[in-house]
Design a protein around this ligand. Sequence first.
Ligand SMILES: Nc1nc2c(ncn2[C@@H]2O[C@H](COP(=O)(O)OP(=O)(O)OP(=O)(O)O)[C@@H](O)[C@H]2O)c(=O)[nH]1
Ligand SMILES: [Mg+2]
Ligand SMILES: [Zn+2]
Length: 393
Amino acid sequence: MAKKAKTRRVREVRANRATDTLPALSTLTELPAFGDLAPSERQCDAYAAACERAVEAGAAADELALGCVVRLDRGYPAIVCADATFRAEFATRLTKGEFSRAAVGDWVCARRPGGHEMGLIEEILPRESDIARWKGGARGERQTLAANVDLVIVVQQLGEQEVDYARIARSAVIVRDCGARLAVVLSKADRAGAAGVARDIDALHEVLGADVSLVVTSAGAAGDADLAVLAEAAARRDVPFGEEGVRALVPAGVVAIVLGESGAGKSTLLNALLGRAVLETGAVRASDDAGRHTTVTRRMVKLEGAGVIVDEPGLRSLPLVGHERGLAKVFPDIAAEAQACRFRDCTHTHEPGCAVLEHAQDEGYAGRRLDAYLALAREMRASRQTLDPDVVI
Ligand SMILES: Nc1nc2c(ncn2[C@@H]2O[C@H](COP(=O)(O)OP(=O)(O)OP(=O)(O)O)[C@@H](O)[C@H]2O)c(=O)[nH]1
Ligand SMILES: [Mg+2]
Ligand SMILES: [Zn+2]
């Protein structure tokens, strides 16, 4: 027992040293409160079972609490419980296990022995959903970006050129594959102008259908008159304009996450929703418009009178590996036609008896929608062939 206590003290000293430079949680006014987050019934049951196991292993029942991971600073989780917010590390048996890494949004069975600053995560409770991406090439791994998220807001910046709809379609496939709801925010409308906004809404409607949940925003230096022109261009296509349109996507009780390339304007958008500069933002490179990976911390922010959004570091790549289910959900019309192709491995480019090409015109998906589908399907075929069979998901 003495040895156990000593090991714990050593670990705590080490952990405290590592967390000394992290922001004090008490200063973070944007953190959600426990009541802003809702565990599912299944997670509550799992928590009760986890408590029993922890007590059996020697924990005192009153040291245990149900908590939600609301931030990850350099890998250190911050946890919100009903009556406390604290940083935590992983119980030793968790760090050895497969499922050792908690993600923002995870519900956990936390333990905080009296008098200790630092808590312990005894167990990560089963996830209702997770948003994950494939990291790396053939020997890649699945990286969870956030857990128990209801809605993914894909943020894509506008500019002089037509919007990168292929990138949005790719993100949509990943989101739908994870089972989350999808919304798209076209940011930086000021850079595209009214004509560009109209062009890009049309392109996106062509690719993802007119019922996609879409908002156009602009946080740029456009004056009120210019903003009114941009808003008018969006309104003519029945698309909401501005932060309030985004807030409406995330009512109280909903947990969302923003997903997009570095520099897309995710943190800027969240600051606008918060009404103050809570999150750090950074200029994009003039030469190629690329962001500089300003956000490094995954963190939840609570919107006043609305739900919770997770800010994320920008993602460079979003490879598609085994996301066939997501592809079929984003393109159900094309996927249904593909069933009727003569060849099972039809690439829908040149084969005789290709139902996809044959019906493209009358089913109304010819053009950008079909192009996007074919490019994503081709990539998935290629990744299936190069993927290490040991790591197929
Ligand atoms: N013109 C214009 N610039 C914007 C707009 N929104 C954001 N920006 C600028 O774009 C740059 C990147 O914005 P961020 O909010 O830091 O982007 P991010 O997506 O959070 O980037 P990472 O944290 O690196 O992933 C900043 O210089 C912002 O000022 C906009 O609506 N119009
Ligand atoms: Mg950011
Ligand atoms: Zn075909």
